[in-house]
Design a protein around this ligand. Structure first.
Ligand code: GH3
Ligand code: MG
Ligand code: MG
Ligand code: MG
Length: 306
């Protein structure tokens, strides 16, 4: 069903309201009328009109003032046209420069009035359609962004995020007094997990560990760096705090029990931690964390080296 457009007439003269309604009755629109500024404001909030036909001389407020109050509260951004006996050029200019789409003088000629109102309804309809299209575009852009910067298995950020967004994020934090840390971490003996329990068990490990790496309560970014390798950027910490957090994550990973088919098993990770050096490129910082990770692997795995 197509939603009918709504027209609100604001005029203290009942006779004018009747006449306007009668002329506009040929339109596929729903027409309402109110007779004071206050009732107009209440009605606008209630019905969200597409078009407001606004008198200037009203019992409680001048139309020239009312239009500003309407714009403050009107979320659907109705087109407003003045319909008034005030026919001085200065009034016309004042009306149009207050944001009204048209200024129609009383007495009006029916056909001309109808055509002007039809034009306004058409303009409003086209604007609403454009807004709806923009909303769809915006939501598609958000989806595209998500797909572009996320790993499809774990939902973590991917490498493209690191290349395209992380340098900017780190640059914004350049003047902060505290330090950031690059932590590269790799699942231990993951090939054995895959070979023993199957590839889908391996995927489950990746998903669960990704969730752990993403959910601890310190400002950070968690990235799936490669197959079973993750990069975590920790922001604004002392070295002592960073080490403690990594140790807590390592323990949580170690104690996590997987149940797969008839089997239960545990899995560990090795961590390499390196204080972020802004003088180096991102890849060079990752390389430093990788050297620490390599040492951890050589020293028996399931540990954190810095
Ligand atoms: P290390 O402790 O030295 O890291 O040994 P490892 O077995 O973990 O390392 P290796 O590089 O030998 O094996 C990594 C394995 O990770 C091999 C690869 O098939 C597996 N892998 C990479 N990506 C995925 C994935 O998306 N899903 C699953 N299930 N396995 C993956
Ligand atoms: Mg009046
Ligand atoms: Mg590994
Ligand atoms: Mg690896």
């Amino acid at each position: 069903m197509i939603n009918k457009q709504k027209i609100l007439i604001v005029d203290d003269s009942l006779m004018i309201c009747q006449r306007v309604k009668s002329v506009l009755s040929v339109l596929p629109a729903t027409i309402y009328d109110v007779h004071t500024g206050k009732d107009a404001l209440d009605m606008i909030v209630k019905i969200h009109p597409d078009l407001i036909i606004l008198d200037i001389i009203l019992p409680d407020i001048e139309g020239f003032d009312l239009i500003y109050k309407i714009k403050e509260i009107d979320e659907s951004h109705a087109n407003i046209v003045f319909l008034t006996a005030r026919d001085q050029n200065l009034d016309v200019i004042k009306g149009l420069s207050s944001g009204a789409y048209d200024y129609i003088k009383k007495p009006f000629v029916d056909e001309e009035f109808l055509t002007r109102i039809q034009n306004q309804l058409l303009i409003k309809k086209q604007r609403d359609e454009l807004c709806a299209q923009n909303e769809i575009l915006k939501s598609n852009m958000e989806k595209l962004n998500y797909i572009a910067y996320r790993d499809s298995l774990t939902g973590l950020y991917n490498r493209r995020f690191v290349t395209e967004n992380l340098p900017k994020e780190l640059a914004e934090k350049e003047n902060e007094a505290t330090n950031h840390y690059f932590v590269l971490t790799d699942i231990d003996n993951f090939k054995i997990i895959n070979d023993t329990f199957g590839h889908d068990a391996g995927d489950k490990v990746l998903i669960c560990f990704a969730e752990i790496l993403n959910s601890f309560k310190v400002k950070h970014r968690a990235i799936r760096w490669g197959g079973e390798e993750f990069l975590i950027i920790l922001f604004n910490l002392t070295l002592q705090q960073a080490k403690q957090i990594v140790e807590e994550i390592r323990e949580e990973i170690e104690s996590f029990e997987f149940v797969h088919k008839q089997n239960t098993f545990h899995c560990t990770m090795t961590f390499g931690l390196y204080p972020y050096n802004p003088a180096l490129e991102i890849d060079e910082n990752v390389h430093c964390a990788d050297l620490a990770l390599y040492q951890g692997k050589s020293h028996g795995k399931n540990c954190c080296v810095w």
